[in-house]
Write a protein that binds this ligand. Structure first.
Ligand SMILES: C[S@@+](CC[C@H](N)C(=O)[O-])C[C@H]1O[C@@H](n2cnc3c(N)ncnc32)[C@H](O)[C@@H]1O
Length: 284
């Protein structure tokens, strides 16, 4: 019997019959929607300057064995495909737009090159601890992923540092004139301060069965991770775009944070999962 603690969002037979919105032949006006379609087709259809923030979490082309010829061809096709969608990003984004592009370590250098080759400025490389999966017998366990943080204009981009500061325990609380200097006592009675977040994110958990955000999508990103990106790099009312929407994490978080959202996803059932999550947001 399934555990009552299992909070995984699953599709009912009724959910599976719900319609999804197809990409129209032309898109004039954007509404908060996840469209069913191909990312490259979509990128060609959106009006110029449509989005303030892009979060892209593409498929990773896992399981490539570089010793095998057909896998080499697969890898080649993957790289040509990545190049194609990356080249289409500047047209659909505003002049002050920011970009977070997720990738595994195998392709990290390639993604960096591609982003720079289209004239984006890479502001940082975030590495996050992705603690899931089996250990390897003859290798180090794969435990991290990268996110490239890029902007169009390094002089004009949004970065709301106060929204994303992190709490840190103070080991030697310093007082000036008897008053705490940049620290306070938290609810547990410990000295704590808010500090600038770094580019190594070790505090995230890949969603699992007892978490209410969990779905059956195999590579769902943590809401807390996307929340950090949206809080830092967009303002309320701005438009967030996710071209590989999956279970809809970006749209769900964007909605919660009062941003507009647009998603693209090939798989109809993943869109239905996202729609279910968005409905749950409505119901608080
Ligand atoms: C890594 S997952 C994204 C997971 C997502 N960030 C989440 O939190 O659920 C990549 C997604 O891209 C979708 N996808 C693959 N090729 C695509 C394409 N050409 N256009 C649109 N979506 C595509 C896959 O179906 C998959 O759901």
């Amino acid at each position: 019997m399934a555990s009552t603690l299992n909070k995984t969002i699953r599709l009912t037979p009724q959910d599976r019959n719900s319609p999804v919105k197809r990409l129209p032949s032309r898109l004039h006006k954007l509404s908060d929607t996840i469209y069913c379609g191909d990312a490259i087709e979509a990128l060609k259809k959106f009006p110029p300057q449509s989005f303030d923030l892009v979060i892209a979490d593409p498929p990773y082309n896992n399981g490539v064995d570089f010793g095998n010829k057909s896998d080499k061809q697969l890898e080649h096709h993957y790289r040509v495909w990545v190049k194609q969608w990356i080249e289409l990003l500047p047209r659909v984004t505003t002049d002050t737009a920011s970009f977070y592009i997720c990738c595994d370590w195998v392709h990290s250098g390639f993604f960096q090159e591609q982003l720079e080759s289209i004239g984006l400025y890479i502001i940082n490389r975030i590495t996050w601890k992705r603690d899931k999966g089996r250990g390897a017998k003859r290798n180090w366990k794969q435990n991290m992923e990268d996110v490239w943080f890029a902007v169009k204009d390094p002089k004009h981009y949004t970065f709301n540092i106060d929204q994303v500061k992190v709490k840190k325990n103070v080991i030697a609380p310093y007082r000036a004139n008897g008053k705490p200097k940049d620290w306070y006592i938290n609810e547990s009675g410990e000295a704590e301060r808010l500090t600038h977040p770094s580019n190594i994110w070790t505090d995230l958990t890949v969603p699992f069965w007892s978490m209410p955000e969990n779905t059956e999508h195999p590579t769902q990103k943590p809401e807390a991770m996307i929340e950090r990106m949206i809080e830092a790099s967009s303002m309320k009312g701005e438009r967030v775009f996710d071209l590989f929407s999956g279970s809809g994490t970006t749209s769900v978080v964007a909605k919660r944070l009062n941003r507009h959202y647009t998603g693209i996803e090939l798989n109809e059932d993943y869109i239905r999962v996202a729609m279910k999550r968005l409905r749950q947001e409505n119901n608080g």
